[in-house]
Write a protein that binds this ligand. Sequence first.
Ligand SMILES: Nc1ncnc2c1ncn2[C@@H]1O[C@H](COP(=O)(O)OP(=O)(O)OP(=O)(O)O)[C@@H](O)[C@H]1O
Ligand SMILES: [Mg+2]
Length: 457
Amino acid sequence: MIDRDSPNYHQLLEAVLENAYEAIVVTDPDGKILLMNRSYCDFLGVKDVIGRNVTEVIENTRMHVVAETGKPEIAQIQRIQGQDMIANRIPIFQNGKLVAVLGTVTFQDVRQLHALAATVDHLKQELAYYKREFRLKLGAVYHFDQIVGTSPKMLEVKNFAQKVAKSDTTILITGESGTGKELFAHAIHAKSRREMGPFIRVNCAAIPDTLLESELFGYEQGAFTGALQKGKKGKFELADHGTILLDEIGDMPLPLQAKLLRVLQEKEVERVGGIRPIPVDVRVIASTNRDLQKSISEGRFREDLFYRLNVVTLTIPPLRERLEDIPELVSVLLDSLMESTGIIVREIQEDVYDVLRQYTWPGNVRELRNVLERALHVMEGNRLTAKCLMIQTSEKGLPASSRVPTLKESLEFAEREAIAKALAETGGNKLKAAKLLGISKSGFYQKLEKYGFSADK
Ligand SMILES: Nc1ncnc2c1ncn2[C@@H]1O[C@H](COP(=O)(O)OP(=O)(O)OP(=O)(O)O)[C@@H](O)[C@H]1O
Ligand SMILES: [Mg+2]
C-alpha cells in the first residue's frame, strides 16, 4: 500500500487525473487554473494553461461563479465547441474556507445522450407518422387550410376559430345549411390539444328520439329488450379525451336537453339503466342551422342549455354575403369533382361567374358543389358555360340554362342527391342510410355503384 505522505502517492494522484476519461479542471478562488488534465487539454486543443483565467480557456464556464457562490453545480449542460457536455462544478473547502473549485466535464454520457437524442428523434418521426394516419382514420378530416375563403368575413371567423380552438371551451357553431359548420368543427378539433383524441360526430336530427339517449350516453347490460348483452358505450364515452360534435343540436328532444345539460355541468354521463355516473373528459362543439333564440321562445329549446353551449359562438356567413369567395371555391370544388367524376373541365366561360354571383345560394357551399357537379354532367365538350349551371338567378326568371334536363337526368340527379344526403346524415353508415331511404341494403349498394359512391364498408 502506498503511504499517503510518500512522493509515490502524489505521482499516483497525478496519473489518475491524467488518465481519467473525464475532463478535469481545478481553479483557485480567483478562477485561475491550477490544474487541467490531458483529456481536457486535448479536447480543447490547448496547452500551458496553468495560471490563466478559466474564462479565457473554457467556453461558457461557470467555475469562477462557483468560486464566488461556494455552491456546487451538478449535471449542468455546458456547450463547448458546439457540443453539449455534462458539467459538474464542486467547490473545495479546507477549514471552512474555499480553496479551489473542481470541474469535471463528461464526454461519455454525452455520447449516450446523443444516442438517446437519435432515438427520441426517431420516435418523434414515428409519432408524426401515426398522428397523420390517426387523423385520417379516426380523428378530424379537415383542417383550417382546407376551409376555402379569403373574404374579410371568412378571414374573421377563421381567425377567431383558430384562436378559440386551442382553449377547451364549448363552442356553438351557427350558420345556414351548407355553410361549412361541420368543416369548422373538424378543423377546431385538429388544432386543439385534443388533436390526438377521437373526434365523434352525432347528428341529433338523424337519430330517432327513442334511440338518441342510448346513442349519446350508452346503456347497461339488459337496459331494454334488444339491447346488447354486455351493454354499450355512448358517444360521450367514445369521445373521451377528444371532441364531440353535437350536430343539429336544435333538433334534440327536450328531455334529452336536460340530461345533456347535466353532462356539461357534471362532466360525467349516466348510461341508460346504469347506476354509477362515468366521468368523461370531452370538449363539446354544438352546431345548428336553426335560430335557437326563436326555438327558446317557442319552448323547444332550453334556455339554460343554450347559455351553457353558447360560451363562444361562431357564426359562419352565408355564401351570398361573401360572393368574392366564389372563384376560389369553384376552383377547389371543381378540382375535387373532376377527380371523383373523371370529367375534365378545360375552360370556364366568364359568364359562369356572373351567374354564380347573381344567385342567392340558400344551400350555400354544398349547393354550389351540387350545381357544379350537375353542370359537369350536362356540359358539352370540356367547356363550362352559364347554361350548364341550370340555376335560377331571379325570382321570376327562367333557369339560366335553356336546356331542359331529360326526366331520366332529373330523376337520377334527385336519386343521387338523396343518397348523398342519407350518407351524410348517417356518417357514411350504409345500413342506416339504406334504412333512411327505405330501400334494401343490396339495392342501396347497386345505387352506390351506379352513382360512383364508395361502396366500401
Ligand atoms: N369554406 C369551404 N371550403 C370548402 N368546402 C366547403 C366550405 N364550406 C363548405 N364546404 C363544403 O360544403 C359541404 C357542406 O359543408 P358542411 O357539411 O360543413 O356544412 P354544414 O354547415 O354542416 O351544413 P348543414 O347545416 O346542412 O349540416 C361539404 O362538402 C364541405 O366540404
Ligand atoms: Mg352539418
